[in-house]
Ligand binder design. Structure first.
Ligand code: AMP
Ligand code: MG
Length: 329
């Protein structure tokens, strides 16, 4: 693990990381969403190592991280007006564009699909690393398959141990939740949000008003065009159950029970209980930033059952709602 300055990444640290990648190694690096597990994205044998390290089944597409629209459009067989408008509005930032892929993109990156997911991150360390390598970096979240995405460098080490060659530590991630993924592969169809994330639906519709989002259910999940969207994803080891505040105090004999709460009501109810309680902020962005770290803490505490207070069914909570639905599925 190497510390690196978030604002002004030290050139010698970035160079060291680029050298690990150039030798075909894996580097975990911070982005503004979560920590990514990076390899040079156009070299199939190196990208394969990501799947081995994560123990992720093949067929799950990875996002290629780019340093701008020029690098992105070179990876697409067609770079539409919509793609260009969204890239200009959101990049650098937490929006992944799924577009028809160029022949240079290996199958292992796309999971054999005819499309590729592209994103320009906003984190100075990620951008410095891509620029130094001069090629797109394939980087899924830097956690073992089916584990929680890391929002701190220590989580990466906890989840992947020595299966990663180098971890760049720039402190906690700004968003703490993954990018929004939007499918732009077909010009004759409305753009479809495949994954709720750090870029809001309102902000996306300000650029492409025709964008659609059909929240996942476990049943539709299987049939989705985005194979990486396994429903039992983003879950801590404890069983997760979403409940309204009054049920936070229910007894579960024999189980080590914890709770994640955000409302005043819930905090008052639990005030005099001997139960592990994690209080998160009642604001959706701050809640998202803290959620995965709380899952890691719940694992460390050895909980069997994690009760999570239901969050409001309003648009600002969409990404949190999605992650909680998966964690509890
Ligand atoms: P991760 O980087 O592990 O957070 O996951 C990447 C997400 O982007 C997954 O949900 C993938 O299914 C999605 N994704 C990446 N590339 C594509 C693609 N070509 N088509 C559909 N979804 C994609
Ligand atoms: Mg992931």
């Amino acid at each position: 693990m190497l510390p690196v300055s978030r604002e002004t990444p030290e050139p010698e640290v970035i160079l060291a990381a680029a050298e690990v990648l150039a030798r075909g190694g894996l580097v975990a690096f911070p982005t503004e969403t979560v920590y990514g597990l990076g390899a040079r994205g156009l070299r199939a044998d190196e990208v394969e190592k990501i799947f081995v390290a994560k123990q992720r089944p093949s067929g799950h597409p990875l996002i290629l991280h780019v340093d701008g629209e020029a690098m992105a459009s070179a990876l697409a067989s067609r770079w539409s007006d919509r793609a260009s408008r969204l890239a200009r509005a959101f990049w650098p930032g937490p929006l992944t564009l799924v577009v028809p892929r160029a022949p240079s993109v290996p199958d292992v990156v796309t999971g054999g699909l005819a499309t590729v997911g592209l994103r320009m991150p906003r984190h100075p360390v990620a951008l410095a690393l891509i620029a130094r390598v001069g090629e797109p970096l394939a980087a899924p979240s830097a956690n073992a398959h089916m584990h929680v995405s890391p929002t701190m460098a220590a989580h990466v080490v906890q989840s992947l141990g020595d299966r990663v060659d180098l971890v760049l530590d720039a402190g906690p991630c700004d968003h703490g939740i993954e990018s929004t993924v939007i499918d732009l592969a077909r010009d004759d169809e409305a753009p479809r949000v495949l994954r709720a994330g750090a870029a809001s639906l309102d902000a996306i519709r300000a650029v492409v008003p025709e964008a659609v989002y059909e929240p996942l259910t476990v049943a539709t999940d299987v049939a989705r065009a985005s194979p990486g969207l396994a429903s039992k994803h983003y879950a801590p080891r404890a069983r997760v159950v979403l409940v309204d505040a009054p049920h936070l105090v229910d007894e579960h004999p024999g189980l080590r029970v914890g709770a994640i709460v955000w409302s005043e009501e819930a905090r008052a109810l639990l005030a005099h209980r001997s139960r592990t309680v994690f209080t998160l902020p009642p604001d959706p962005e701050a809640f998202a930033r803290a959620l995965f770290a709380t899952f890691y803490e719940a694992d460390a505490a050895g909980l069997d059952l994690l009760l999570i207070e239901r969050v409001p069914a309003t648009p600002p909570w969409w990404a949190v709602t999605d992650r909680l639905a998966r964690a509890s599925s």
